[in-house]
Structure formats: structure tokens, C-alpha cells
Design a protein around this ligand. Structure first.
Ligand SMILES: [Zn+2]
Length: 396
């Protein structure tokens, strides 16, 4: 044993030096961890003392010298500096690999398998990390002259286990308009402003693929949220968040234990009269007053309604409930389209939390869904006022 050790030490001293570039590459593909199966020990710090140090060895699968472990007259000189023949290991496992004593246990195929396994795992994990990045978008618009300030730290925390793609979120802030709500053309002005802010962030001189995931934190009046929803409809993948009243945070609650499909009820008109206008009512955080809708749209209009089984401010607690809403809403749009066609305007009246309003815009298909006239609730009256039309591009 002692002799074998001395011999091994000698060999190390006359090793062929590995070029620094290859060393760095090996460190990268092994993520600085021991590649011996089952070890995975970090080699950049002492796990106990946390002192930073280089604790790695670079071991050869086929020894650098023909006389070494798994050595070969031809292959040894050929592969001495070849990364495919090198393993990053801890001191313990490096010693085992570099010892003649264990040569028959750790054959070439075994060590190649260890290396491959480790490096593939690192590649998969780092790709997952990249997919876990999300661009955080904060949207705040005044409601009845009142401004909001969404907490950036809370937003970044709410997206876990995803990671913010940038340190600072993108912010679309319309606070400057708080005292202008009574002005003529208020909604049109804000919509233009939103579109321009949106384009500044997501469209100008950038590759859209950079934004394949966006997390949205929004507070504002329904018509503007629906308008924002229509804009983000083109982004590949979007997570919406809602500010919960109780916890005063934005993290979704766990899915309810009593899972079922019937969180929503769909109420339809007895007969659909094509000659009349068609409205969609969303009663989730409260109930939309049908009488007020009829006053605006017509007594004989077609009224479709999506109602939460228990409408209230705390209804939308989980992401699942939001997804099920989207399902019902899309189904309803398809159904209405089948009788109304692609161009006949719809009227939208919502008593709902922000993410639902956004989904009302996001779910619209620009080419096949009709324009939607969105109404705003008049504070304290239960009545509505027309604000703006979304998905207008489809009107031909
Ligand atoms: Zn190890």
C-alpha cells in the first residue's frame, strides 16, 4: 500500500499540465462539483468551514501515461489534454481514479458513464433555471382618483420558485392621471398611454423571445386592466397575480381541498335574439346589477353571466380558480361567436378582481373575436358607464 502511494505521488508530479482553457471548461460543465457518481461535492469551498478554495483534482479516465490506470500506448498521449477524457473530482475520488489499485473496479466505461451522467444532469438543471426566469411587470392606475403603490419586493417574492429576470421590475405607472378622471376622453388618453408604455417595454428594438414569461401585478380600473390584458395577449406565457386582502400579499394560496369544476355558474338568455345587443356579465367579487345593464344596453338584450359560486372579495384565492374562469370565459366567447359572428360588438360588465379583468382582455383572439365595449362601475351606485373598446382591430 505504502509503495503504491509513493508511486502515485510521483506520477502526479510529472503530469502533463492541462491548459487553463480546458480546466475552465471542465469546471463549467461539471458546475464545480465532483463528477464521481453519488458524490457531487462542491469543489470551490470547504463544506465545513465554508472557506473558499480550489479543492478539485482533474483526473484522467485513460491515464496520461501508458503505464497509469487504464493507460494505453496510443490513447494515453492522444487524450492527455482532451476534455472528454477528464473528470473533475474531489480529492478522495481523484485518488481512487488515479490509483492502479482500483483500476479494475473503475473501468473506462464506468468512469465515462459517471462523467456523462453528471454533465447531463448539470445541463438539464441549468436549462431549467433559465426557464424559471420571469419578467415582472407592475401596472398601477388610479381608481376613483386613488393611487396605488405595488411593493416590488412582495412581487419578486410572490413569483417564487420562478426568479425575476431583472433586478428591477418593469413599471407601468399612471398615477399622474389621478385627478383627471372627469376630463373628456379620459379613458382614451389612458389607453394610449398604456399602449405606448407597453411598447417601450416589450417591443422597441428587442427580441420578443426575450419575454417568453411575464408575471403581472396590477391594480387599476376594470377597463384599463382589460385593455392591458389584450396587449399582453401576445406574450407566450403570463402569470397573473392578485393582491389578497387578508395576507396583504400577492402569493397565491394553495389550491382548495374541495377541488371541483363548479366554481362558476353560467347563466344564459332563454333565447338568443340576434337583432339585439349581447352583454357578458362577470359577477365574482360582487354581483353585477342586471337592471343597470338593461338600462344601458336594452331591455331585450342578450345577457350572459359568469357567476362565482360565492361571489365576494376573497373568492379568487387560488390560481386554479383563475384558470377555471378562463376556461369558462373562452367557452362562452366561442358560444356567443357561433350565434353572433365575428364582428358584432359585445358589452362587458365586471365585478371582479384585477387578474380576472386582465384575462377578459387576454382571452380575446384578435382575428376571430369581436370588439368588446368595456364599462366602468360608478362608485357607490351599482351603475356603469362606457369606458373604452378593446380588440377593435377585428372590426372590419
Ligand atoms: Zn467526490
Amino acid at each position: 500500500m505504502a509503495n503504491a502511494k509513493v508511486k502515485d505521488e510521483k506520477k502526479k508530479k510529472c503530469r502533463v499540465p492541462i491548459p487553463p482553457k480546458t480546466q475552465i471548461e471542465l469546471w463549467a460543465i461539471a458546475a464545480g462539483r465532483c463528477e464521481f457518481r453519488g458524490c457531487n461535492k462542491p469543489l470551490y469551498l470547504d463544506e465545513l468551514t465554508k472557506a473558499k478554495d480550489n479543492l478539485s483534482l482533474i483526473s484522467h479516465i485513460i491515464a496520461a501515461e501508458p503505464g497509469g490506470p487504464r493507460g494505453d500506448e496510443v490513447l494515453s498521449p492522444l487524450l492527455a489534454k482532451d476534455i472528454s477524457n477528464l473528470m473533475l473530482t474531489c480529492k478522495d475520488h481523484g485518488k481512487i481514479i488515479d490509483s492502479k489499485e482500483y483500476e479494475s473496479t473503475y473501468e473506462i466505461t464506468v468512469l465515462r458513464e459517471y462523467k456523462k451522467e453528471h454533465e447531463e444532469r448539470i445541463a438539464i438543471l441549468t436549462n431549467i433555471m433559465d426557464n424559471a426566469k420571469s419578467h415582472v411587470l407592475i401596472f398601477q392606475a388610479p381608481i376613483d382618483g386613488k393611487n396605488f403603490n405595488i411593493d416590488k419586493t412582495q412581487a419578486n417574492q410572490a413569483i417564487l420558485p420562478k426568479y425575476p429576470a431583472k433586478e428591477h421590475p418593469y413599471i407601468m405607472d399612471l398615477s399622474d392621471f389621478a385627478d383627471r378622471e372627469t376630463e373628456d376622453g379620459y379613458w382614451a388618453i389612458l389607453a394610449r398611454n398604456i399602449k405606448s408604455k407597453f411598447n417601450d417595454i416589450f417591443k422597441h428594438g428587442t427580441n420578443r423571445r426575450d419575454y417568453n414569461h411575464v408575471s403581472v401585478f396590477a391594480l387599476g380600473p376594470i377597463p384599463l386592466l382589460a385593455y392591458l390584458g389584450r396587449l399582453i395577449g401576445d406574450i407566450e406565457s403570463v402569470d397573473l397575480y392578485q393582491r389578497h386582502r387578508n395576507g396583504k400579499n400577492w402569493k397565491w394560496k394553495d389550491e382548495p381541498d374541495d377541488f371541483r369544476m363548479e366554481y362558476y355558474q353560467i347563466i344564459e338568455p332563454v333565447t338568443h335574439n340576434y337583432a339585439e345587443e349581447t352583454s357578458i356579465l362577470i359577477s365574482i367579487s360582487g354581483s353585477v346589477d342586471r337592471k343597470k345593464v338593461a338600462e344601458l344596453v336594452g331591455e331585450d338584450s342578450n345577457i350572459y353571466e359568469i357567476v362565482a359560486d360565492k361571489p365576494g372579495l376573497d373568492f379568487l384565492s387560488s390560481r386554479l380558480k383563475l384558470e377555471l374562469f378562463c376556461y369558462e370565459y373562452r367557452q362562452l366567447l366561442t358560444k356567443i361567436r357561433s350565434v353572433n359572428g365575428h364582428t358584432k360588438e359585445l358589452h362587458l360588465f365586471c365585478a371582479c378582481p384585477a387578474p380576472v379583468a386582465i384575462e377578459c382582455g387576454r382571452a380575446l383572439l384578435p382575428k376571430s373575436d369581436p370588439p368588446v365595449r368595456v364599462y366602468d362601475l360608478i362608485k357607490g351606485t351599482g351603475g356603469f358607464v362606457y369606458a373604452l373598446t378593446i380588440n377593435e382591430s377585428s372590426a372590419k
